[in-house]
Design a protein around this ligand. Sequence first.
Ligand code: DGP
Length: 114
Amino acid sequence: MSDCIFCKIANKEISATIVYEDDLCLAFEDLNPQAPVHVLVIPKQHLTSLADASEEDVELLGHLCRVCDKVAAEKGIKEDGYRVVTNHGEKAGQSVLHLHLHVLGGRPMNWPPG
Ligand code: DGP
């Protein structure tokens, strides 16, 4: 989508600190980190959120989860523990309308989340 900021990052029209990339997805540092490690994992294909995904996307969604774990390992937070979060819609606080998985770690995570 031409006006989507994460599509622009995926297309390298906007710079980001990329920590992982393959044919299907990209992982980059969050601009406004909420933890010592805060990486966003996005599909290169535009999906607005998890609610926009269909049965056709099952393999892609599984791949994104595997990449979250890979990123956590590369960032050194796999052993101690990490959190993966995705927001859908206004009440969940989604601010960028391109599916993204937050990988958070490097500090204790509270539960329930705010
Ligand atoms: P969410 O609230 O779940 O939609 O999270 C959106 C996240 O995206 C938020 O943590 C900040 C991050 N973000 C927004 N714009 C940019 C950007 O241009 N670059 C990067 N690296 N992160 C961004």
